[in-house]
Design a protein around this ligand. Sequence first.
Ligand SMILES: Cc1ncc(COP(=O)(O)O)c(C=O)c1O
Length: 343
Amino acid sequence: MQHTEFASDNTAGICPEAMEALLAANSGHMASYGNDDWTRRACDAIRATFETDCEVFFVFNGTAANSLALASLCQSYHSIVCHKLAHVETDECGGPEFFSNGTKLLLAGGADGKLDMRGVEKLISARSDIHYPKPRAVTITQSTEVGTVYSLEEVRALGEGCREHDLAFHMDGARFANAVASLGVSPADITWRAGVDVLSFGGTKMGMPVGEAVVFFDHDMAKDFAYRCKQAGQLASKMRFLSAPWVGMLAENAWLTRAAHANAMARRLGNALARLPGIAPLFPVQSNAVFVSMPQHAADALKEKGWAFYSFIGAGGARFVCSWATQPEQVDALVADVKACLA
Ligand SMILES: Cc1ncc(COP(=O)(O)O)c(C=O)c1O
């Protein structure tokens, strides 16, 4: 039997709050292409969550949210600074470059999967001649690809730096819920009040069937974005089924309660694994993902037992991700099997 519980947070099903809203939306005929009540309610719920009159667009997945958001900020001769582990660089099949007609990603390092202004400045000041793609934007992932979280101060420092250098600031929030739940900050403080211009707000990983929201805090930047979505095949005709789950998840902060649960499951897993001889944590567990190194024979044996997990970070490295649906018993079963495999 294959255990896919920890392979990613997108192996989980639909969260009850999202499902209930989806079922409620499945009633009667409604206007299409976003001109319906559910979409209006979802946009309003996002505006209330961020305490500002932002522009909201619903797309099918994170690659589209990131690629189209970044493309809207750049011309083809521009460049975008991101971390070398950023999803936009490693896992979007060149989507940001494609949709922006050639904008180049400039890769920076940075501890724990995080960019800092020093790394950004090094890249953007490397050249100022006409032969180098003009730096135009910075994108960070919150929470990061290695399960860490940018603090409020870290986001603010990047926001200030971006303003100083006239760079647009994008946040890939595929796991924004986990970051907000982990930090205990307000969504407004960690985004627009810290200088973020555009957020790819992840719905799928927090428990929706499908869909992400692109949230523009700067109205000018959202100009014509609807056309971009349409052209890219990202304008849902039955939009209510993309938008309704947002109404369910944002009501009574279900999104944060569910994300806090996923984070707690990751902490339980991280703490238990760290106690096993032969296991070394690779990154601090600050959201819903746990990265550890283990002897290659143990990683192989764990896969033999049917546990699915990614091992793209170093030899013997393993990534385990928890979701709204992860149960403590599943965590304990995984830990028991890791222990057996180490023996
Ligand atoms: C950091 C990050 N950004 C964006 C995405 C969204 O990707 P997708 O296009 O698969 O929805 C993911 C999914 O793994 C992710 O981990």
